[in-house]
Design a protein around this ligand. Structure first.
Ligand code: PLP
Length: 469
């Protein structure tokens, strides 16, 4: 078999040979996590191997660490990985068509554009002045948001006076990318939050005023539409008003929460999202696409979207008539990436088959499961529950920080569910983020039973200790 350049038949045989690995995935999806010491790394790249041997050697490597694609994964945020999208990723990789410039694959590029345009009405973005680009994820989208905002500066040197407003619950990627975009660390503000994790608007307004007095240039306001820690949603409408009054670029990081705006409940929670100048969404979080599928929507780009336009002599369209490709967006002018994977095409094919409603139903169900769990947890008097935002995340604290960490470890020790922890204003919380399309009602019932049993065991143990001392 020519493995380097297989024929149609040989590739079909390869698929057949690789199929045990695929079957194994579906058969073992209940696997949650395994934190026993990883096996010493097998072999090295100096020697080649057969596919069969490779599968034998590395099959178990998929069962070390956390199964983020599993139904029992309720950890950080992104899970899932729609099989249909995985299939299309493989097929598009096989075709490996070039999307760096419009003339290389105009019809496929048009699919990417359609995938982006599909989003505009969902968030009430104007179809006439909006654009967007698929990215590798929330971090790259946030970076590109700064890039878009920088076009509004009159002088490049002004960047050193520019201030950025985030809250103490803003995702670290916003801070990281602000710095990468050239904002000075000392000009990045972290505004206090209320007890429900939403930004304190008074402190925000006051800080902006103070910065103006110091001859700084208030520039970029980043709102949270679903914080990573607790799912909290800032008052987007009020923040939009502040941004407008203060002439700030209004960015919303909706990497986790954004797609919940499609649900009935979510629509009310995200009022004001339509005013974003830039909006970070992450199909690889709340639309369950495979990792590497992010998105930035850009509104009111003032016709200056080509922020990164550089003249490239070797990339001139000498092939199609200019008329034939004039409607196509040149993502090369908008994005840092030139050669890039066809994320928007995979999105298009997957969405075209599954349809929007399938996603909406799934997200509605994630909310129902979470709010049911939240109600049940509220009945447990030993827990302090973080104010529930209405999305798919509940965070709770048990007795004190050490007890919370111990409870978390006891839950993990059953190797049935993966939950994570976080710290907010000195308190440790266990986070349950129900954001995998595979998680069922049955899983939540079992999880709740486990939490209750662990709390009861702990209470009984303490009681016994007190009696014996
Ligand atoms: C709110 C928020 N923004 C941005 C990011 C960064 O996204 P990514 O990991 O796709 O780069 C995350 C990741 O969890 C997030 O939760």
């Amino acid at each position: 078999m020519n493995l380097f350049n297989p024929s149609k038949e040989e590739f079909a045989a390869l698929l057949q040979e690789a199929s045990p690995l695929i079957e194994h995935f579906f058969e073992n999806n209940h696997f949650s996590h395994n934190f026993s010491s990883p096996s010493p790394l097998l072999g090295n790249l100096k020697e080649t191997s057969s596919l069969q041997k490779l599968i034998e050697d590395f099959q178990n490597s998929f069962y070390s660490g956390i199964n983020t694609a599993g139904q029992s994964y309720m950890g950080f945020i992104p899970g899932g990985g729609l099989p249909l999208a995985a299939l299309f990723e493989m097929i598009f990789s096989l075709y490996n068509r070039y999307l760096g410039v419009p003339f290389a694959a105009p019809e496929l590029l048009n699919l990417e554009m359609e995938s982006i345009k599909w989003h505009f009405p969902l968030f009430d973005f104007s179809p006439h002045t909006s654009q967007g680009l698929f990215t590798s994820g929330g971090t790259q989208s946030n970076l590109m948001a700064f890039q878009v905002a920088k076009q509004k500066l009159y002088e490049e040197e002004d960047l050193y006076r520019c201030t950025v407003y985030t809250s103490n619950q803003t995702h670290l990627s916003v801070i990281k990318t602000a710095k990468a975009a050239g904002i000075l660390s000392k000009n990045i503000r972290s505004i206090a939050t209320h007890n429900d994790g939403t930004i304190n608007l008074q402190e925000l307004s006051w800080t902006i005023e103070e910065d103006r007095k110091k001859n700084l240039l208030p520039f970029f306001l980043s709102a949270n539409a679903g914080t990573t820690n607790t799912g909290s949603i800032d008052n987007l409408l009020q923040m939009a008003l502040i941004a407008k009054a203060q002439h700030l670029h209004f960015h919303i990081d909706a990497a986790y929460g954004g797609y919940y705006a499609l649900t009935k409940k979510g629509a009310a929670l995200f009022k004001g999202i339509e005013h974003a100048d830039t909006l970070t969404l992450d199909p690889h979080k709340s639309l369950f696409f495979p990792y590497g599928t992010g998105l930035l929507l850009i509104q009111n780009h003032l016709g200056k979207s080509a922020s990164l336009k550089e003249k490239e002599n070797y990339l001139t369209n000498n092939y199609f008539s200019p008329e034939a490709v004039k409607e196509l967006w040149d993502f090369n002018e908008l994005s840092l990436e030139l050669t890039r994977p066809p994320r928007g095409c995979v999105f298009y094919f997957t969405m075209k088959i599954l349809g929007q409603q399938r996603f909406v139903d799934c997200l509605e169900e994630r909310i129902q499961l979470t709010s049911a769990l939240h109600k049940e947890l509220q009945q447990l008097s030993s827990l302090k529950i973080f104010p529930y935002s209405g999305l798919s995340l509940v965070a709770f604290h048990y007795q004190n920080n050490q007890e919370t960490k111990d409870l978390h470890q006891r839950i993990l020790s059953h190797e049935q569910f993966f939950l994570s922890t976080t710290e907010i204003q000195g308190l440790t919380y266990i986070r349950v983020c129900i954001n995998s399309f595979r998680t069922t009602k049955d899983d939540i019932v079992k999880l709740l039973k486990q939490i209750k049993a662990e709390i009861k065991t702990e209470v009984d143990r303490s009681h016994k200790q007190r009696m014996s001392s």
